[in-house]
Ligand binder design. Sequence first.
Ligand SMILES: [Cu+2]
Length: 338
Amino acid sequence: MPRSTDSSRSVHTIRPVLGPTSTNSPRRRRRPWLAVAAFVALGLLLPGVAAADFWTPESGGSSNADAIDNLYKFVLVIAAVVFFGVEGALFYSLFKFKARKGAVAAQIRGNTRLEIAWTVGAALIVIVIAVATFITLPSIRNPDNSGANGLDLASSGVARGVQVASGPTQKLPPNGKSLNVKVNGQQYLWRFTYPDGDKNTLNNPFSYEELVVPTDTTVTLEIEAQDVAHSWWIPKLGGKFDAIPGSTNYTWFKVPAKLEGKVFRGQCAELCGRNHANMIAQVKAVSPADFEAYIARRKQDTKAADDAAAKQRKEVEAPAADQPAADKTSGPTATPLP
Ligand SMILES: [Cu+2]
């Protein structure tokens, strides 16, 4: 029977491997080291292959996102050194001091110098990470001034006078000027209200889902929600910010001029209901001139829609006022009640 032939052959092929002489062959002893070497090589290769976005936060759209990413990379390198150091020592000891059957383990008790060394070493690592974090934090939290090629926030134009200082929690650029956009999370979309330079906030241009911003311009965001908790997150432009009803969160970003035309995608990062997965958001970076044209177009569109609505209302109301006689003489309303 073919089955018995197979099994007898497999027994013959397994036996030499399990035999006492085979475990001592240099080829088999080298294998664990090969596995460790392959593991280390894979660990070193992966960051390059997967790029930074796998190991560290996405970045590239704004300097504060880059600063967050750099901080993560810094900590990652330290963590990698510690990880490979500890794992390397562990595997080295495992194989180097592997005891054979019947061997009696040496009884070792403490090593004061070694214990002090790894306590001080760990404390030093924490201090280095803390210092690096506190040095980097201002560039993450404090908005930068707009660049020379950004939207002219001080002069005339659609978005003139757009800086808003709305309290101690909102950080403004050193020159106090930013393009301040209100971000409102609602089940299940984002509404963006742009400044328009006048005091009437009811006629401000707005958009849904896509926020259009000028490049090289500091954009500050006031993040709110009108129903449940949402979370604003465009990964390439910085960290997440909760959008909470009754509370305002602030963040900022500045898209470099070279990224004109780029669209940064994100989506609500807080489970906010059954349509949460569709609550997408994107930020489109355009040139300052295109931004002004966009705002002008939004205003025009809103005005056209308002005018059309007013006209429609007039048309709906008009027949009742124009044809009172016709209604009395014919139709169901003319029939007298019994
Ligand atoms: Cu949401």
